[in-house]
Ligand binder design. Structure first.
Ligand SMILES: Nc1ncnc2c1ncn2[C@@H]1O[C@H](COP(=O)(O)OP(=O)(O)O)[C@@H](O)[C@H]1O
Ligand SMILES: [Mg+2]
Length: 331
């Protein structure tokens, strides 16, 4: 069953078509990823789905409820962690969670009980009674996520949940999201990180300039790239380099998909690259050409993105500190 159904959704800001006619479904119990560069329209989409913004046209149904006709109904079914954290620095972690539970109509006792539980799950029990302003970037991010969960939503919306986190905290968060999903929660997240999409999601859509350019499971999308790639690079000092000779030797191999000549390397696309390394090395040797480095890569989302948008996706690295300084009181 589709828990989110989006049909020809559009949102314009003046002349800017931030979201330009997108359609997709998210099945119950899955993790869906919205992958795209800055300015692609990810936040605009998520804000419409959680009813903080009204679409210009098109429709969106979340947990069976139309976002435009019953926004309050949608709000009780969703949890949302915005791109900038929404925690109150002057309150403790525990107080933040209880406040959020109260805002969702929980009794004080119910909110306190749930807070106790979640604090343990996100490993913040020991710091629960410290002011959130003293938390590290990773701790603040985990608390932010907990706030979105306190009322046990059916669908969780996360806008770039790990931007600004160091790799260790990022992986810890992925594990936690996997656990929530395993317990049945449907998760919609946006990200600029290819690795994150690859690791976390069941299905993903790549969004660029307000349009979905391709959608599918990470595995299917990668299969569409055209096989494994073996790149043969020239030596760093540039000696003995003859890319054309390398490319010619590769084209003589049987059963390859394509050969691409780049600036300082030749890339061969083929199936089962790992099983054919020896054959490739022999061909290079036979041709009498010298190669500085040989690299095998399975198809990656990086290559998927490149293929469908013509550019590479480079996530901006944000230091945890700058995220902390962006924290604002919830109004
Ligand atoms: N409130 C707004 N007013 C005007 N333009 C906006 C507003 N919000 C977003 N935009 C524009 O819409 C486009 C998509 O933005 P956004 O959804 O924030 O992208 P993303 O989250 O993928 O980085 C961008 O060109 C952005 O400048
Ligand atoms: Mg955004």
């Amino acid at each position: 069953m589709a828990l989110i159904e989006v049909s020809d959704l559009r949102k314009s800001f003046g002349d800017v078509a931030a979201v330009d006619g997108i359609s997709f479904d998210v099945d119950e119990g899955t993790i869906f990823g919205f992958l795209g560069p800055n300015g692609a329209g990810k936040t605009t989409t998520i804000r419409i789905l959680v009813t903080l913004s009204r679409q210009t046209s098109g429709s969106a149904v979340v947990a069976g409820i139309d976002v435009a006709s019953d926004p309050m109904g949608v709000r009780s079914a969703v949890g949302y962690a915005a791109q900038a954290t929404g925690i109150d620095r002057d309150l403790t972690g525990r107080e933040n969670l209880i406040l959020q539970g109260r805002l969702h109509g929980m009794t004080r006792t119910a909110a306190a009980d749930e807070a106790e539980l979640i604090l343990d799950v996100i490993s913040l029990s020991d710091s629960a009674d410290r002011r959130a302003g003293t938390y590290s970037g990773g701790m603040a991010r985990r608390l932010d996520l907990a706030q979105a969960l306190i009322h046990r939503p059916t669908v969780l919306f996360l806008d770039e949940p790990t931007t600004g986190l160091d790799p260790q905290n990022r992986h810890a968060l992925w594990t936690y999201l996997h656990d929530l999903n395993r317990d049945g929660m449907t998760i919609f997240l946006t990200t600029q990180y290819l690795e994150e999409a690859d690791e976390l999601v069941d299905n993903l859509a790549i969004i660029d300039h307000g349009k979905i350019v391709v959608e599918g499971t990470p595995a299917d999308l990668k299969r569409g790239v055209g096989g494994d790639s073996v790149s043969l690079s020239l030596r760093a000092d540039g000696s003995d380099g003859d890319l054309d000779a390398i490319a010619a030797a590769m084209r003589e191999l049987s059963d390859i998909n394509s050969v691409k000549v780049l600036d300082r390397s030749v890339v061969v696309y083929l199936e089962d690259g790992g099983g054919r390394i020896a054959e490739i090395v022999r061909a290079v040797d036979r041709a009498g050409v010298r190669v500085g480095r040989l690299e095998l890569a399975e198809p990656s989302l990086d290559q998927v993105f490149l293929k469908h948008t013509g550019t590479r996706l480079r996530a901006e690295e944000v230091k945890p500190q700058s995220r902390m300084s962006r924290m604002r009181k919830r109004v």
